[in-house]
Design a binder for this molecule. Structure first.
Ligand code: HEM
Length: 490
């Protein structure tokens, strides 16, 4: 009997402990869930957990706990973000969490202007990988203080000034000739032209020669480094570009002559008080190559894809070029920079491609709020990353009539000119405000001249497979599959 009572006591004690443990487990579960619900299910998600009380007007997806919308993004983030903004009624401003990063994104010209053109978002968020690449010493990632202003001034005077751009015309023409020769060779040997490699090679040698004043043995290696674009490269970049700087310094000292017309020579000839340290120089030089190569090649591939797809528009540009320089495609005269101002239809084609396929659909580089600020009526705390979805703006039917149709004429019919240089936020593929792309005029001069020359010399036709306009967002928005076409000399 005593044994039975003891056993019963033990069992009830065990049950008590068990239910106590379940109770404890249940209350832990409840507090963890309420922690997650409170911190995660706020507009914009986890990263906004401490701020949503201040910004009740902000809308945005909760996303995943801790990860935010990161798992949903993939290679078409610009499209997914545009759809999200429309479905949540948050095109003016949408709050998001990308992991633990607090983010706002504008898909509307008015809020885009507030973000890009004011002084509140004049820094850029910088990742560890960019820091390893010494990128915080380059123009694009330097905080917007004295050093950054100094770099912008040097680059504006010695790399991007109208005089410099015009001095480089001979180089652009020569590279255009080399690319045309490669196009002809590819057609003769393979019966098909894959333009991407030709454009990338041309764009790389163009920028390398304008930066260093000569072609380099290691050009191919630098090209691969531009493609890889990750932190593994930092020692390689320092090695190759640093060596070029050292060699040039030595040759300047030996020959006592710094008469080169390239960017490196200009940096070395700066007055003592303006001089950059060797490692800062490497960062700036590498940035020019890194930023100046792919953007131009990618944009030209999109333009040529459109030209192959829309044969009538291609013929119209060719007629415009023939009429401007006299004679047909076989004419001995070649297009030069001075002709470009008389080619409005060609310029409209470039604008229309920048509208439909902006190389930086999210303007590539985000901005960072340097202090608390209001965008519209929404309070945005300091340290928030801001992005503009330019792709969403340029595809918005309330801004553009038939936004999905490729129609360059739209720019010639508009009563007022749509500037693409940053003053009109309906189409600002180079960004806007104080951090607007400093290479925009050089980039456009290159694209216009090369396009005119390629269209003047050849008729571009589709190859066996149709033109595939699928896109993929890497550092820039690229064609997913390289364009393949056939050419006929004109
Ligand atoms: C089709 C050609 C190009 C496109 C579409 C393009 C686009 C852009 C965009 C969207 C930005 C960010 C602007 C902003 O935050 O408001 C930018 C910044 C920049 N781009 Fe370009 N770019 C092009 C060509 C070039 C070229 C040729 C160079 C140099 C050789 C260059 C150098 C830079 C630099 C240094 C910045 C950083 C500016 C700063 O933060 O102060 N870009 N570009």
């Amino acid at each position: 009997m005593k044994f039975l009572i003891l056993a019963l006591l033990n069992i009830s004690l065990l049950l008590l402990i068990k239910s106590f443990t379940s109770l404890v487990l249940f209350s832990i579960f409840l507090s963890v869930s309420s922690f997650f619900l409170n911190n995660w299910l706020v507009p914009g998600g986890f990263a906004w957990r401490n701020h949503h009380g201040y910004s009740p007007l902000l809308r945005g997806p909760a996303g995943w706990p801790l990860l935010g919308v990161l798992p949903q993004m993939g290679s078409l983030a610009h499209r997914k973000l545009a759809n999200l903004a429309v479905s949540l009624g948050a095109t003016r401003l949408m709050a998001l969490s990308l992991g633990t990063t607090r983010l706002i994104i504008s898909s509307h010209p008015e809020t885009a202007r507030e973000i890009l053109s004011g002084s509140s978002f004049s820094d850029r968020p910088i990742k560890e990988s960019a820091r390893l690449l010494m990128f915080e010493r380059a123009i694009g990632f330097a905080p917007s203080g004295k050093y950054w202003r100094h770099l912008r001034r040097i680059a504006a005077n010695h790399m991007f000034s109208p005089r410099r751009i015009s001095c480089l015309e001979g180089l652009r023409r020569r590279v255009a000739d080399e690319m045309a020769a490669e196009v002809r060779r590819a057609m003769e040997e393979k019966g098909v032209v894959e333009l991407r490699k030709i454009l990338q090679k041309g764009s790389l040698s163009n920028i390398i020669e304008s930066v260093f004043g000569c072609s380099l043995e290691k050009e191919e290696e630098l090209g691969l480094m531009v493609k890889e674009g990750c932190h593994k490269l930092s020692s390689k970049v320092r090695g190759i570009v640093g060596q070029i700087v050292q060699e040039r310094k030595r040759s300047v000292a030996e020959v006592n002559n710094n008469g080169g017309n390239d960017f490196l020579s200009a940096l070395l000839a700066l007055p003592k008080e303006d001089q950059l340290s060797d490692s800062d120089m490497v960062a700036v030089l590498w940035e020019m190559i890194f930023r100046g190569t792919d953007t131009v090649a990618i944009l030209l591939e999109w333009i040529m894809a459109r030209m192959v797809l829309h044969q009538d528009i291609q013929a119209k540009v060719q007629q415009e070029i023939d009429a401007c320089i006299g004679g047909g495609g076989g004419s001995a005269t070649q297009v030069q920079d001075s002709h470009l101002q008389n080619l409005p239809y060609l310029q409209a084609v470039v604008k229309e491609v920048l509208r439909l396929h902006p190389p930086g659909p999210l303007l590539s580089w985000a901005r960072l709020a340097i202090h608390d600020v209001h965008v519209g009526k929404c309070f945005i705390p300091a340290g928030t990353t801001a992005m503009v979805n330019m792709w969403a703006i340029t595809h918005d039917p309330s801004i553009w009539k038939d936004p999905w149709t490729f129609r360059p004429e739209r720019f010639l019919e508009e009563a007022e000119d749509v500037s693409i240089m940053g003053s009109d936020l309906r189409l600002a593929p180079f960004g806007s405000g104080r951090r607007v792309c400093p290479g925009k005029a050089l980039g456009l001069a290159t694209v216009h001249l090369w396009l005119a020359r390629l269209l003047h010399r050849f008729r571009w036709l589709p190859a066996q497979q149709h033109v595939d306009l699928s896109e993929t967002l890497r550092l820039s928005l690229e064609m997913k599959r390289p364009l393949a076409c056939e050419v006929v000399p004109r």
